[in-house]
Design a binder for this molecule. Sequence first.
Ligand SMILES: NC(=O)c1ccc[n+]([C@@H]2O[C@H](COP(=O)([O-])OP(=O)(O)OC[C@H]3O[C@@H](n4cnc5c(N)ncnc54)[C@H](O)[C@@H]3O)[C@@H](O)[C@H]2O)c1
Length: 499
Amino acid sequence: MDEIRIGIIGCGRIADMAYVGYRAIPGVRIAAVCDTDEKTALRRRAEWGADNHYIDYRKLLEDPAVDAVEILTPHTSHVQISLDAIAAGKHLALQKPMTIDWEGAQRLVNAAASATTICKLTENYIFYPPIRFAARIIQEGYIGSPSSISIKLIAGGKGGWTVPPSAWAWRLKEFAEGRGMQTFDHGHHLWSTARYLLGPIEKVSAWIGTTASVIDSPAAIMWKYMDREAFGLCEYVYSQEMEIPSRYYANDEWIQVSGSAGLVKINRCTGNLLEGPSVSLYSRNEWRHFRIPSDWKLGFLGSTWNFIKAIRGETEPRLSFPQAMEILSIDLAIARSAQTGREVRLEPDGSMLSPAAAYFRKLSELREVRAARKMLVKTEGAEASEDASRLAVQLTREIPSRLSAPALAHDDIEIGLELSGATFSGGAKLMSIAIRDGAVYVDEDKLPASPSLVIKTSAGVWAGILSGRQAIESAYLHGKLRLTGPVETALNLKKLFRL
Ligand SMILES: NC(=O)c1ccc[n+]([C@@H]2O[C@H](COP(=O)([O-])OP(=O)(O)OC[C@H]3O[C@@H](n4cnc5c(N)ncnc54)[C@H](O)[C@@H]3O)[C@@H](O)[C@H]2O)c1
C-alpha cells in the first residue's frame, strides 16, 4: 500500500505521544506539522523531519501531500478543525474528548456519517495492554459475572514530565466553565475504560471538590451500568506534596473489577506508583500475577495502529465518532450531576435527561414496577391467573428485543417452553425460542423438533423471571422450574436474553 502521509495539527505536550505512535509504523510518515505558535511548529518540523510547517491549519488541509491528520489542539477548537478536515477529504484522528458539548458532538457525528474518509477519536486507554488483558480475563469468565468496578486516580504535586504553562492556560479556562482537568479532561480515559470493560452506563452521580482553587479533586463519582446489575465508583485524590514516579504526567490509576467468582486488578496506567506486576487476578481460589507490558505510551501506539489499519481498510476505527459521543455524554453527565447535586441518567442515544425529567421517568417506572409486582403476587403458584398467562406469553414474544451481544454471536440453539396455566386451553401453552444465524425467533403452539433445552414452569413463575422479579436459578432450585437438557444452557439464557 502507498505511504500514508500524516499532518499533525497542534504540536504541544501530548503530540510527543502521537509522534511515538506514527514513527513506529512502517509506511507512515509525518509529512507536515501545524501550530499557531510558529516557534513550536518549526521546532517540531525539525525534530520529526517533516517536509512542511504551517501556522494556519487550513493551509495544512490544502496540502495535497497530506493524507491524514491528527488533531491535538485545545478542546474548543476540535469541532471546526475536524469539520474542515472532513470537508478537505483527509482521514482524521481527533484527540479526546471530542468537544465540550452535545451539539458540537452531534455535528461531528453527522459529518462523519457522510464522510468518505476515516474519522476516529484517539483514546489511548482502550488500547493500553493491561486494560485489554483485563478485558479478556473478564470476557473469558475468570471472575464470573462482574458486579463492580472501582477506579482510583491519584495525582501528585510533583513528578512526571514538564507540562508547559501554555498547556495549563486553556485548561484553567475550561475549569472556570465547569469542565475540570481531572474529571472532564482526564476523566474521558476513565469513562472509556469503564465502558470498555463492562458495557454501557445508565446513570451517574458525582461529587467534585476543589483543591488550590483550580484542581477538580477530591472527587467521588458513581455510575450504574445499563445491561447488568453492576456499579462503578471512581475516587480522585490530588496529593499536592506527593511525588508520583512517572515518565509522563504525575498521575497513576488503579482499576479493580470484581465478579461473582473473582477479581482482576490493573495496577498502573500513567505512572509507576505500585511496583510489581501490572495485572493481578484472583480466581479459582488463587492469585496469579501478570507482567503485561505497561508503559503508558503503548496505548498511543495501539490507537495509532488502529487509525492506520482503518485507513488501510483492515479494521474499524475505535473510538468511532458515535462511540466517542457516548463517552462525551458520560463526561457531561458527571459535570452536570456535580453541579446539580442530582443523579443524571444517560439516554440510549447518549443524551441526558434533566433532573426533573429523570424524576418523572423514575415515578412512571415505579408505577410500572408496582403494577407488575401486584400482578405477580396475584399470580404466584402453579395455577396462574389470566393476567399472568397473558404477561408470560407477551414477555416471551418480546424476547427478541432483549437480544444481547453474546446472543448475536451464539451458536444456533432451539429452546422449548411449556407453560402451565389454567387459562390456557388444555392447561398449557407451548412456545419455542430459537437463535439462528445471530437472530432470535419465537414460535407459538409447538415445541422445536429437537430442542437443546425444554423449560417447564408455570406462567406466573415465567412472567416473574422475564420481568426481573424472580431469578431463574432460584426458580430451578425451589423446584418451580424443570429442565430437560443441560443446566448450563439454562443459566446461559440469563446472559443471552438479559433475564
Ligand atoms: N490521550 C491523552 O492521554 C492526552 C493527554 C493530554 C492531552 N490530550 C489531549 O490532546 C489535546 C492537546 O492537549 P495538550 O496537552 O497537548 O495541549 P497543549 O496546550 O500542550 O498543546 C496544544 C497545541 O495546540 C496549538 N494550537 C492551539 N490552537 C491551534 C490551532 N487552531 N491550530 C493549530 N495549533 C493550535 C497550541 O499552540 C499548542 O502548541 C487535547 O485534546 C487534550 O485533551 C490527550
